[in-house]
Design a protein around this ligand. Structure first.
Ligand code: NAP
Ligand code: MG
Length: 477
């Protein structure tokens, strides 16, 4: 396929005004941390330090939880839903107005292409606030009784792959239901959460309703084990999810966990193959594969294997890897050196175990963290690259002969977050979807999100649902 050349079309970063240092957001104000800890947030595409960010210690967690408790008791809990919804609509509108700035900031701090932060993350973030703003005064009609009550103070911990979107998934439903929150963003991507804190000030949200504590794992651990929170909401790895489940066991705290995945993307021989190729590429290379519901196991019916693989390789040859702020870029930087190491290690294990890697020729920038889009063929179900979450742009390709075999292989995983089906037959979509043990099943599409649609997993992918009417349940007593 001819490769079209484009001139670079970089988005300007001048729209983002970064200070050199950021404090914690507690009780409506930015404050220095009590124990003085500091971390740096870098741009993973250049390794340049973007800003220094405070690290919250146990005393800061205590301060934030107590601010959230007071705000819950005095202001936010008693406030009628129709008043709360006005604040949420205001936040949603400010996000929409400032979306270009937020998209550039997200791409700088996370490494994701501007095309994605601008066209996927930010529109979904605003949509999520608009959606839950609409529920705030209608909770009595949500199916949880005539007068459902908030839980109180929520402690929320989120990962680095969709920093602002995961914040929206956590904060919008919590606030709509009348809870107050203390949220900890991931250590490598704290900046959009701090911008969100500023947006709360801009929206004149009462102090203490939203508190943002930057920091690393220990800050998250102190938050979830704080005795005065009523609800823990976590998105991240299954390993940390287990630690959190242990930490809250035996307490009265309510918990939701959104964890990892190893989704099967199943292509039947009657599928529209070019369309399936687009879905496969979107399924595994969107956001550098740093996606919990990524279609990381491709299951192809044997009779179309050769044709599909050839088309997939052709398509991968057109993917542009590089500067996240260039509007032409399809694949940006890996979020951190640690994550890059993990992707490299698992890929090496794939080779050692006998699978064959393939990547299109592509030039990776010299500085920063990069990994070429890669597919592994000759993968068996026992291989670690078919079982473990790589969380990078790496696809394992397996084959099947019958629908029953496809279902058995798709379900042969400890996870159960998402799956994809590609076929012309509607009846096959329904029959197969019914047998897949996954929270979300996409048919002839992949990675489609809408705030009205619930999302969550089975088994080691966690429990509870976020999004939609179902997402309210996690924040109501
Ligand atoms: P992670 O290591 O579990 O971290 C997630 C968050 O928890 C981060 O804010 C992290 O802080 C914090 N944390 C670390 N140790 C903690 C502890 N002992 N107690 C409380 N909090 C702690 O996961 P990650 O590597 O950032 O994210 C990748 C994982 O998230 C993948 O497995 C992916 O599948 C999953 N994920 C799931 C969903 C979903 O909806 N199901 C969505 C996105 C991602 P630091 O960042 O400072 O370490
Ligand atoms: Mg960063």
């Amino acid at each position: 396929m001819p490769r079209f050349e484009y001139a670079p079309a970089p988005e300007s970063r001048a729209i983002v005004d970064l200070r050199s240092w950021y404090g914690l957001f507690i009780d409506g104000e930015f404050v220095p941390p009590a124990d003085g800890g500091v971390r740096k947030s870098v741009n993973p595409a250049t390794e340049e330090v973007l800003a220094e960010v405070a690290e919250a210690g146990p005393a800061d967690v205590d301060r934030a939880v107590s601010a959230a408790r007071t705000a819950y008791q005095r202001v936010w809990g008693p406030m009628p839903g129709r008043e709360r919804s006005k604040y949420l609509f205001r936040i949603a509108r400010i996000i929409a107005e400032r979306s270009r700035e937020l998209a550039v900031l997200e791409s700088l701090d996370n490494g994701k292409p501007i095309r994605e932060s601008r066209d996927a993350d930010l529109p979904l973030v605003a949509a999520h606030f608009f959606y839950y703003a609409g529920w705030a005064d209608k909770l009595g009609y949500a199916g949880f009784g005539p007068d459902p009550r908030p839980l109180g103070v929520a402690g929320q911990v989120i990962p680095w792959n969709f920093p602002l979107l995961m914040l929206a998934w956590k904060i919008a439903p919590a606030l709509a239901c009348g809870n107050t929150v203390v949220l900890k963003p991931a250590e490598t991507t704290p900046l959009t959460a701090l911008w969100f804190a500023e947006i709360c000030q801009q929206a004149e949200l009462p102090p203490g309703v939203v508190n943002i504590l930057t920091g690393a794992g220990p800050t998250g651990a102190a938050l979830v084990s704080h005795p005065d929170i009523d609800k823990v909401a976590f998105t991240g790895s299954t390993e940390v999810g287990r630690q959190i489940a242990r930490a809250v066991a035996g307490t009265r705290k309510r918990v939701t966990l959104e964890l990892g995945g190893k989704a099967a993307n199943i292509v039947f021989d009657d599928a529209a193959l070019d369309q399936a190729v687009e879905g496969i590429v979107n399924g595994i290379f969107f956001n550098q594969g740093h996606v919990c519901c990524a279609g990381s196991r491709l299951l192809v019916q044997e009779s179309v294997y050769d044709e599909l693989l050839a088309a997939l390789k052709r398509r991968m040859g057109t993917l542009r890897v590089g500067d996240p702020l260039d509007k032409n870029t399809d694949i940006g930087a890996i979020n951190s050196g640690t994550q890059l190491e993990r992707i490299r290690t698992l890929s090496q294990i794939g080779e050692q175990e006998g699978a064959q890697p393939w990547s299109p020729p592509c030039q990776l920038p010299e500085r920063g963290f990069w990994f070429a889009p890669t597919i592994f063929t000759g993968v068996t179900q026992a291989h670690r690259i078919a079982r473990e979450e790589i969380f990078g742009p790496v696809l394992s390709v397996l084959t099947f002969r019958t629908p029953a075999e496809a279902v058995a292989k798709a379900n042969n995983t400890p996870y159960g977050l998402s799956a994809g089906i590609w076929t012309e037959k509607g009846s096959r979509i329904l029959a197969v979807a019914d047998q897949l043990r996954a929270g979300v099943v996409w048919a002839n599409t992949f990675n489609k999100f809408d705030p009205a649609s619930p999302f969550g997993g089975y088994r080691e992918s966690g429990y509870g649902r976020e999004g939609g009417r179902h997402g309210l349940e996690a924040y109501l007593g």
